[in-house]
Ligand binder design. Structure first.
Ligand code: ADP
Ligand code: MG
Length: 163
């Protein structure tokens, strides 16, 4: 039975290390072609999560920065990681300049901070990651597969279950 519970998982992490470890586990399970849409207020941990994801893809997490001038960073690991910060994306023209929907056609992993700001630009099937503050050191992270291509990733982020 394909219940919504199988496409949805909520977890709390402690400290940026907690978020990074979880994201690294996810990154290690990515094959290329996945799209992750990150949302949540400033300081919720979107960039921290992306650093962990990079680590899992064999990329030095120090290469992940908050894009200031460039909207898009291309990082090379086991597979290519495109890191898009949509906070400052102004219009469709800017999305066109960074490659438009071709970004999603190859076998790179695409991670987008402030995904809701470019909602119509992103593929409908993706892993939505909503982060929020619980307290200074804790964050609630909700994972939601919005289509069949990303459903398997829910099992990856769930804590290890006995075989
Ligand atoms: P965003 O990209 O969403 O604006 P950042 O990842 O840049 O957020 O910043 C998150 C901040 O919160 C960092 O300073 C990080 O050390 C801190 N932090 C504390 N606890 C956590 C946690 N559990 N997960 C992620 N970040 C955390
Ligand atoms: Mg950020």
């Amino acid at each position: 039975m394909n219940t919504s519970a199988e496409r949805d998982f909520v977890v709390e992490t402690t400290g940026d290390e907690g978020t990074r470890r979880l994201a690294a586990r996810l990154g290690a399970a990515l094959a290329g072609g996945e799209v992750l849409g990150l949302d949540g207020p400033l300081g919720a941990g979107k960039t921290t999560f992306t650093k962990g994801l990079a680590e899992g893809l064999g990329i030095d997490p120090r290469e992940v920065t908050s894009p200031t001038f460039l909207l898009l960073h291309e990082l090379t690991g086991r597979v290519t990681l495109y890191h898009l910060d949509a906070y400052r994306v102004g219009d469709a023209e800017e999305l066109h300049e960074i490659g438009g929907r071709d970004l999603f056609r190859g076998d790179a992993v695409v991670v987008v901070e402030w995904a809701e700001r470019v909602d119509g630009f992103l593929p409908a099937d993706r892993l939505a990651v909503d982060l929020d503050h619980v307290d200074e050191d804790s964050r609630r992270i909700r994972f939601r597969a919005t289509g069949p291509e990303h459903a398997r990733l829910i099992a990856v982020v769930k804590p290890e279950e006995a075989p």
